[in-house]
Structure formats: structure tokens, C-alpha cells
Write a protein that binds this ligand. Structure first.
Ligand code: C2E
Ligand code: MG
Ligand code: MG
Ligand code: MG
Length: 289
């Protein structure tokens, strides 16, 4: 059809036109059955203390185990789920699964850690969010301080008044709140100062650019300093090299997450890691750098 309009009259397909290829339509269709067919799995990526290397937390990351295509990353299917509204049911499943698994580890006597769970914009704006989370905590028995919700900067600043009211309610439940991918949303920390936040996750794009652009290090240092002065916990994402880690140490960032330490692990692999960490702590209660 675009061609019919002549050579100099290209119709450029932009994402906003939401043209669905047959492949995309098929994926959306299959996504509808993925929950019922038990095709989602949650992986857990460890977070460590920048100075000591001690395990301090984890992030729950969903994967789609597609019967034909194998593992599909959330970067591909989360946007489809978001657009079709399937995200609400899927997200609730991830939340429940993460809380249940975290409670299971604690009842095994393993080191208690908090789990970060990602919330998409639509999940964040879902009317029964607070109720649902309260219900999941009650049903799984997880103490609220061991759950942290991750919301991206752009989701939060879209409607700051709404965010403030919702976050107050979430805060009242006793759970923790973090801003994910911080630094990409073109907001400033000053706009976030009235939100009941606990953690800022520095976007991995900044960490990646550390070695490429000298100025990036100043930006990260500024985020860490300002976050620190607001009493927030700072986590750097996507740490892949020793050099990046050393820089983060030098500016007093709290924690890090990335392939340098661990890739996202299955619940079974994470159990082994928790056992190992427990033994390490027994040998050396305050690990040195
Ligand atoms: P995110 O929340 O910023 O998660 C971090 C992503 O960075 C994860 O990708 C993780 O595997 C990846 N990563 C961790 N360390 C490194 C590293 O050292 N280098 C590089 N290059 N990447 C690293 P993943 O698992 O593919 O998830 C992508 C995004 O999908 C997440 O970004 C999050 O926004 C979304 N997502 C994941 N799980 C869920 C979920 O359960 N619900 C919702 N709504 N979104 C989810
Ligand atoms: Mg996240
Ligand atoms: Mg992130
Ligand atoms: Mg991201």
C-alpha cells in the first residue's frame, strides 16, 4: 500500500502506528496461554555489596519458556503483554512466585534477603494493586520489608501526584520502593524528593558508558552523592568489569548487580548460592574487601 503511493511518498512504519506483523500477532496469541500452560519462570539475579562482595539482595526477572522458540526475554514479550493487558495477570503471578520463593528460602533458615520485583506502567496503575500486594504478602507469609517494588523513572514521573498517593499507600504496607533505570527518564532527583523511596537503581547505560565517556563518571558520582544525601540506597546495574566496580567503590555506591558477579539464576541455583553465602558468613562474619 505504501508503495502504491509512489516512490517519493514512503510510509514509514513507526511503532506508534502499531502495525502488527503476523509474527507479533502469533506471539500475542501464544502469550495468552502462557500462564495457564506454566510457561513463565522467574530467575533471580544477586545483588552484592560493592565493598565487601556480600550478598545483599536479588531481583526477580521473568522468562518465557516458549514450547517451540525456547527462552524468550522480557524485552520481547513484556511490551506485548503490556499492550494487550496480559501484563496484569502475568505480573501478579511473578509477584506471588517471588514472594513465595523468598519466604521458602527464609523458612529453610537461609540468609534473609529482599527481592526486587519489576512493575510495568500498567501494573502500577492497576486499581487493585495495593490490595493485591497485601493479599499476596498475607498468603505467602513474606514479611513486607523483604519485598521491594521496582518502578522505572518514566512510569513514576508521568503523573507525580498519582505516584505520590499510591506510593504512600504502598509504603504503609511496609514494603520497599525503588526507582529503576534511573537517569534515563530525564527527571531530576529533586522531583522525586517527596516520594517515599528506599532505593535508586542507576541505569546500566551509565555504567556501560563509564569507560567510553569521561563525563559519565561525573554523572554517576552526582547521582550517588545526591541519593546518599536523601538517605537512599544506591544500586548500580549492569556491572560487567572490575574497572567499573572499582569506580563504584571509589564514589561510595552501596550495591551492584551485573554479570561480573552473577547472571540471573534459577531458584535452585540461587539456593546453592545462599547456602554458600551462609557458610562464608559463618567462617568470616564481617567479610573484608
Ligand atoms: P531491568 O529491571 O532494568 O532489569 C535488568 C536487566 O539487565 C535484566 O534483563 C538483566 O538480566 C540485565 N542485566 C543484569 N546484569 C547485566 C549485565 O551485567 N550486563 C547486561 N548487559 N545486562 C545485565 P532482562 O532480564 O532481560 O529484563 C529486561 C527488562 O524486562 C527488565 O529491566 C525489566 O524492565 C523487564 N522485566 C523483567 N522481568 C519483569 C517482570 O517480571 N515484570 C515486568 N513488568 N517487567 C519485567
Ligand atoms: Mg528492574
Ligand atoms: Mg534497570
Ligand atoms: Mg532496563
Amino acid at each position: 500500500q505504501a508503495k502504491a503511493q509512489g516512490r517519493n511518498n514512503y510510509q514509514v512504519y513507526r511503532p506508534t502506528m502499531s502495525v502488527k506483523t503476523p509474527e507479533l500477532l502469533a506471539l500475542e496469541q501464544q502469550l495468552r496461554h502462557a500462564l495457564d500452560n506454566d510457561e513463565f519462570v522467574v530467575m533471580y539475579q544477586p545483588q552484592v555489596d560493592v565493598c565487601t562482595g556480600a550478598l545483599v539482595g536479588m531481583e526477580a526477572l521473568v522468562r518465557w519458556q516458549h514450547p517451540v522458540r525456547g527462552q524468550i526475554s522480557p524485552g520481547v514479550f513484556v511490551p506485548i503483554a503490556e499492550e494487550s493487558g496480559l501484563i496484569v495477570a502475568m505480573g501478579e503471578w511473578v509477584l506471588r512466585q517471588s514472594c513465595q520463593q523468598n519466604q521458602r528460602w527464609q523458612s529453610m533458615g537461609l540468609l534473609p534477603l529482599r527481592v526486587g520485583v519489576n512493575l510495568s506502567p500498567k501494573q502500577f496503575r492497576q486499581p487493585r494493586l495495593v490490595e493485591n500486594i497485601a493479599k499476596i504478602l498475607a498468603e505467602t507469609g513474606l514479611e513486607p520489608q523483604y519485598l521491594e517494588l521496582e518502578v522505572t523513572e518514566s512510569t513514576v514521573i508521568e503523573d507525580i501526584e498519582f505516584t505520590q498517593l499510591l506510593m504512600r499507600d504502598l509504603n504503609r504496607l511496609g514494603i520497599r520502593l525503588s526507582i529503576d533505570d534511573f537517569g534515563t527518564g530525564h527527571s531530576s532527583l529533586s522531583r522525586l524528593q517527596f516520594l517515599p523511596l528506599d532505593t535508586i537503581k542507576i541505569d546500566q547505560a551509565f555504567v556501560r558508558d563509564l569507560s567510553r565517556h569521561a563525563k559519565t563518571s561525573h554523572i554517576i558520582a552526582a547521582i550517588v552523592a545526591l541519593g546518599r544525601s536523601l538517605g537512599l540506597h544506591l544500586i548500580a546495574e549492569g556491572v560487567e568489569t572490575q574497572e567499573q566496580l572499582e569506580f563504584l567503590r571509589s564514589i561510595d555506591c552501596d550495591s551492584a548487580q551485573g554479570f561480573l558477579f552473577h547472571r540471573p539464576l534459577s531458584a535452585e541455583q540461587f539456593t546453592l548460592l545462599l547456602r554458600e553465602e551462609g557458610r562464608r558468613l559463618q567462617r568470616n562474619p564481617s567479610p573484608s574487601p
